[in-house]
Design a protein around this ligand. Sequence first.
Ligand SMILES: Cc1cc2nc3c(=O)[nH]c(=O)nc-3n(C[C@H](O)[C@H](O)[C@H](O)COP(=O)(O)OP(=O)(O)OC[C@H]3O[C@@H](n4cnc5c(N)ncnc54)[C@H](O)[C@@H]3O)c2cc1C
Length: 221
Amino acid sequence: MKALQVDGLPDVLRGETPDALPSHTVRFWFSGRPAPERASNGMVTGAFVNNYFWVSTIQRPFIEWADATGGSAIECHQYGAIAEEAEGLSDAVLLDRCRRDVERIWPGVAGTCIHQHLLRSPPGHPDFRQGVWSRLPRVRTELPNLTLCGDWIDPDRHSFFLERCASTGLEAARSLALPLGLDVNAIPPLLEPHPPSAGFEAYRTFAQALRRRGLLPSLDR
Ligand SMILES: Cc1cc2nc3c(=O)[nH]c(=O)nc-3n(C[C@H](O)[C@H](O)[C@H](O)COP(=O)(O)OP(=O)(O)OC[C@H]3O[C@@H](n4cnc5c(N)ncnc54)[C@H](O)[C@@H]3O)c2cc1C
């Protein structure tokens, strides 16, 4: 965590910024198709990527290419610990490990890779380790007409990444509307989150009780 510094506004904005982690984006183009067979546990356990999208099914240039060729294309993301581990690897090794995971999970594309691409992004992915959240700056600041939104602003409700950007952006816009003489009703309100399931709530109560008794470490700092 670093203290938030804004030129000319020392100590006015309370909070800190989370550390930033690297992220990697890899793309594979296959002459084959992923369906129909696939490993039942997908990317969930042990894969060298955190996230993936079969872009040949959702994004136009890839869809057109797949329609024209009968092939398929996937984009995979690494962030957090996996991206840190991959930092020390050569491009060839990183791509190879990711491609082997994809091929293992979707045997339909095994051995059919015809093109691959790796983008190493500079560190910019927020590191939300335990205890970080309560130290982030909040949407409303002490300065008139200055609100904050985005990835590393305390959203006041549980959300991550894009959802967090959108929800803090809406909250920031709504709190500025009145002082700026704009119609606050023109800006959609935030949807109320679904309450946690009964089982989760019970476990949370149990964990909080253990923490109060010092049997679990505090996660706040
Ligand atoms: C590889 C990867 C995969 C991801 N996948 C997902 C996902 O699947 N789902 C999800 O919810 N989230 C995902 N995220 C996270 C998501 O992209 C971010 O949470 C979100 O984009 C952050 O939005 P933001 O508006 O806070 O910041 P950004 O989107 O980073 O926008 C900040 C903007 O400010 C601009 N900028 C910076 N400095 C200046 C300056 N001095 N002057 C002018 N402009 C400036 C930047 O160019 C940028 O356009 C992913 C992120 C990465 C890196």
